[in-house]
Design a protein around this ligand. Structure first.
Ligand code: C5P
Length: 220
């Protein structure tokens, strides 16, 4: 049996990008590696939590010792999250595509020789973080979202926390000059009810361990 401050707790973590199909062989994606979500799942596991790790097609492998649920699209991710509940806490670290292709083709799209390019239409994806945060029954006690911003990080993160209805936001600056996106380090601001905490720049593993400790304290 697991030991540690999170023993007996179930924590749900989303991670990685989503892939949104254009046709059976093509998709729209983003550059999320899944590194931070993977580290958080490992950090929670190390404190004794039972972790369900719902991951899109990430470039880093999922951590051992957690229940892995692999998904492709945002809609699949939402369904997997709902199937994995109830949970004591949910950490939504996935980089979910905001839009899916509304007119995705059932067969591989072909050039028809006319020289005319196809036009993609988009439809908004469900917001998984907002959906879970606003559950009226069976809401996890602690819902944590992420905010990747390139400017006015704290302001945008506070607004995001209010808009989505989550308890905490882990905000970071993903401007290209920071090297954070796809890199091994992160510099985050944790937004809670009590205000904003600026954490020093540290490895993504260290951010994950510290966040897991804070989650354990909040659930204690
Ligand atoms: O709105 P934005 O994408 O910046 O919000 C980021 C946060 O919301 C992350 O925690 C992300 O996992 C979550 N999110 C989600 N479902 C979406 C979009 C974002 O869960 N469709």
């Amino acid at each position: 049996l697991a030991e540690g401050p999170l023993a007996g707790r179930h924590v749900l973590v989303t991670s990685g990008p989503t892939h949104e199909p254009i046709d059976p062989v093509r998709y729209i994606a983003n550059r999320s590696s899944g590194a931070q979500g993977t580290a958080i799942a490992a950090g929670l596991r190390d404190l004794g939590a039972r972790v369900t790790f719902v991951t899109g097609p990430a470039t880093v492998p999922p951590p051992p010792g957690v229940t892995v649920v692999r998904v492709e699209t945002a809609r699949e991710m939402l369904a997997a999250v709902q199937a994995a509940l109830p949970a004591d806490a949910a950490v939504m670290a996935a980089a979910v595509a905001d839009w899916r292709v509304a007119n995705a083709a059932g067969q591989k799209m072909k050039k028809d020789g006319s020289g005319k390019a196809p036009a993609l239409e988009f439809a908004e994806n469900p917001d998984i973080l907002a959906t879970v945060s606003r559950m009226t029954e069976g809401r996890p006690r602690l819902v944590v979202g992420f905010a990747a911003e390139t400017e006015r990080v704290e302001d945008h993160a506070r607004a995001k926390r209010d808009r989505k209805g989550c308890d905490w936001i882990v905000a970071n600056d993903v401007s290209p000059e920071t090297g954070i996106m796809g890199g091994s380090e992160n510099a985050v601001t944790l937004i809670t009810d009590a205000g904003a905490e600026h954490w020093p720049r540290m490895g993504k593993d260290a951010v994950a361990r510290q966040l897991a400790r804070r989650i354990a304290e909040a659930l204690a």
